[in-house]
Design a protein around this ligand. Sequence first.
Ligand code: PLP
Length: 400
Amino acid sequence: MSFIANRVLNVKPSATFAIIAKVKALKAEGKDIIGMGAGEPDFDTPDHIKDAAKAAMDAGDTKYTPVPGTADLKQAIVDKFKRDNDLTYTQDQVIVGTGGKQVLYNALMATLNAGDEVIIPAPYWVSYPDMVLLAEGNPVIVECPQDSGFKLQPQDLENAITDKTKWVILNSPSNPTGAGYTHDEIKALTDVLLKYPNVWLLVDDMYEHLVYDGFKFATPAQVEPKLFDRTLTVNGVSKAYSMTGWRIGFAGGPTDLIKAMTKIQGQSTSSPNTISQAASVEALNGDQSFLDDWRAQFAERRNVLVDMLNDIEGIECLKPEGAFYVYPSCAGLIGKTTPEGKTLDTDEDVVTYFLESVGVACVHGEAFGLSPHFRLSYAVSLDTIKDACARIKDAVSQLK
Ligand code: PLP
């Protein structure tokens, strides 16, 4: 019998972190590799945020804080939810964690009993199903194919609900597709949930600020206030402020749930990083104008990437509303043969072929629960995007 617990044996390591490690290793060997797998903006954290961290250190803010976060940061989060989302929380209805990831994990650990079901629309962020498994729940995957814009349809949601359903996870804009739900699309889903009072909504708004072409971001608790008392709205500073390494995420939700999550955090990691919390106060309260420039750059990159991918025979790419990912279909490449005589049977074969033949690293769709697709991140320069697409086109042209 293994010394390692069953709950670990059931879980996969993060596929995206595995790709990042592979790219690093190949580059270290001197190979010419373009990494299109990154899950973080390529911009530096803005200076005013770094300055706030330096000031906190200089002021001696280097000790533990309360487990769910400092009063200053919790107030900045309360103000953010009011300003951006028209959601009214009190300080005891918010929690700060070590990244959005820990907040989501705490929520599942605080609520799932063995066998409880969590509905996860696919393609999904890689961690959701494994987090549910770690909490001894059952992930219930609902496929949302490209012809539905990768968005959960109300009837599919209703069909997936059972007596055991505890949560539905909704992530908009999405990692890995970039798809963003409009106000009306959210309303159609919340209308279904109004009929099922025991089902809660776990909302992941991590990419809220990265939306393009005037897309209007909306979040379920705002769209349907009747669901406010059974929604946990998760957000963070990682993506919007390019602070992935600072490890701060947060959520707003009902007091009892926040208390339960605080108990788990208090017995695992305690308070989040004190200096990062001070920096996050500045991120949320300070100047937001740099975001216009970032959005403009991301939108231009997305447009170039989508056009160049659609110019490649066998690849079909939707233009997403937000985040910094595209999720093209490679259905037209499945069944083709490489110059070495290998048949491409799966999307993993396709991305392996791209990596080995032309040095472009992306993540296969199977890791996100919907095939045959692959995810490309455009958190890289325009030149890199053009180079990557030219290389993919070259690789595809050699298939028979
Ligand atoms: N949710 C989604 C959809 C993400 O893409 C990520 C990061 O990749 C997270 C949550 C976790 O963010 P953090 O770095 O704050 O833990």
